[in-house]
Design a binder for this molecule. Structure first.
Ligand SMILES: Cc1ncc(COP(=O)(O)O)c(C=O)c1O
Length: 477
């Protein structure tokens, strides 16, 4: 065989190998047939055959008689997360962007026990009802995907969102909503509308780690305002920050904060909005968890107290229905509306019509409100059961407060226990948790972890919590 031919089959085998190892080809997926590849790549049958033999020898693929070549299972742990040496201390200084990316990767790995992700289990979702709705999509419903849709979103979806504010925000109309790709795009557009690179934005400490990365990438400086784990941002500290640091905007979560779970009392909310209205400072509100209240009524958004049209309220259906649908929104008055629509058009033209259509059908069917009632009961029980398991299995010095909504617990570890070290140890046991350190630009939350209670409490979850408790004891010694 000539060198050139050997090179060809090795190149092909190498290419397929890379695509198997990086997950492009899925485990169990059928590879294209020798004939298909021959036509597509203009290679000889022999070259392709040799490439497949090579891959078979390395154990990456297998032949199934009369069917073809298939990708073989490979241990997930060695693909994405090389095991780390046990008992080895992590270096003192950590790169929180690196850890944050790694944590996100671990959280999306279905093979890990999901104590880290702030997402609800599909078990809790009205899957059958959604399948029925999707099956009923008509030609009229689908025809809009063949043209560009409005940047501000489908009028019917905006109308339905406006209806959901009845009894809470009386002046709100459909025109006040701009539909976005999830809450993330809502927050990004809101930020772009009110600040520019080099400006300072005041945020809570700790905060949602995702927004820290966004702010960093946008070249925005941050100032962290001390925040109470139960009642949210300290108003007097905010006042000092406003006068001393001159922030151009604030970004707060008053209802079931991520990661704290805190709920700001109405008086505090009013004081915060009055203060920021007074200084003419725009306030971006991340209100993504407010529908998951466990008390009698939905807590008011900060927008309720806004007299100067300076509050931009951002949310989505990601925490209550389906993060995969990517339907979120900004609730705004006239002040920033046109700018936001312009930014939305520049960012992604419009939000996927199909996603909006599915949401319209779900909201119209009435099943969403029913589903929310069910979800509130489930998330309350889950929070209580996980908190009880933590109480039973973690060392006594651990501190936490059970939030009045949402499904996240913010847990303070015993003194000296490093959440990053705990995170790595838990990962080795295939458990994902979120180290508190990534929720701030400083190292002040290194002894905290965020535990998500998004799944019904199973024996697997209880054993996982026990393992984490044992790991904390080991690290304390
Ligand atoms: C507080 C908060 N804001 C925003 C998001 C992102 O939401 P979405 O998936 O709708 O973009 C999350 C998701 O974890 C979150 O917890």
């Amino acid at each position: 065989m000539t060198d050139k031919k050997r090179y060809r089959y090795k190149t092909l085998a190498g290419d397929i190998e890379k695509k198997i190892l990086n997950g492009t080809y899925l485990i169990g997926e059928k590879l294209p047939s020798i004939r298909e590849l021959q036509v597509k790549l203009n290679l000889s049958i022999n070259t392709i055959y040799r490439a497949f033999i090579e891959l078979e020898k390395t154990g990456l693929i297998e032949t199934r008689p009369k069917s073809g070549y298939y990708v073989k299972p490979i241990p997930i742990l060695s693909r994405n997360f090389p095991p780390r040496g046990t008992g080895k201390k992590q270096p003192q200084k950590i790169d929180s962007t690196f850890i944050s990316n790694e944590v996100q990767l671990a959280m999306s790995n279905p093979h890990y026990l999901p104590l880290g992700t702030a997402a609800l289990s599909p078990e809790l979702m009205p899957v059958k009802e959604i399948i029925q709705l999707v099956k009923r999509i008509t030609f009229r419903g689908i025809q809009s995907i063949f043209s560009y849709t409005l940047p501000e979103g489908e009028p019917e979806l905006r109308r339905l969102l406006a209806l959901r504010t009845v009894g809470i925000l009386e002046k709100v109309q459909p025109e006040n909503f701009i539909i976005t790709n999830g809450c993330t795009e809502a927050l990004i557009l809101a930020l772009k509308a009110v600040v520019k690179p080099g400006d300072t934005v005041a945020i809570e400490a700790p905060t949602f780690y995702g927004i820290l990365k966004v702010l960093k990438d946008m070249g925005i400086d941050i100032v962290e305002v001390p925040t109470d784990p139960v009642t949210g941002v300290y108003v007097e500290k905010l006042e000092q920050t406003v006068t001393n640091k001159n922030p151009k905007a604030c970004l707060f979560m008053s209802n079931f904060h991520n990661p704290l779970g805190s709920l700001m009392p109405d008086d505090n909310k009013e004081q915060v909005v009055r203060l920021l209205n007074h200084y003419e400072i725009p306030l971006i509100e991340d209100d993504i968890y407010s529908s998951l209240y466990h008390g009698k009524e939905r807590p008011k958004p900060l927008k309720f107290w806004d007299k100067k049209d300076l509050v931009l309220s951002c949310s989505s259906f990601s925490k209550t229905l389906a993060p995969g649908l990517r339907v979120g929104w900004i609730l705004t008055g006239d002040r920033f509306k046109n700018r936001l629509i312009e930014l939305k058009r520049e960012s992604s033209i419009a939000t996927s019509y199909l996603d909006q259509y599915i949401m319209i059908e779900i909201l119209k069917s009435g099943s969403y409100e029913r589903h929310l009632r069910h979800l509130r009961r489930c998330t309350r029980n889950q929070l209580q059961n996980v908190a009880q398991a933590i109480h039973d299995c973690f060392p006594r010095e651990v501190r936490l407060a059970i939030p009045e909504g949402g499904f996240i617990l913010w847990v303070q570890l015993p003194e000296g226990v490093d959440s990053v070290e705990l995170y790595y140890k838990a990962l080795e046991r295939q458990i994902s948790i979120l180290p508190g350190t990534i929720c701030s630009s400083t190292d002040q939350f290194r002894d905290y972890v965020r535990i998500s209670c998004g799944h019904p409490v199973s024996s697997e979850i209880l054993s996982g919590i026990k393992v984490v408790g044992d790991l904390i004891r080991d690290l304390r010694r």
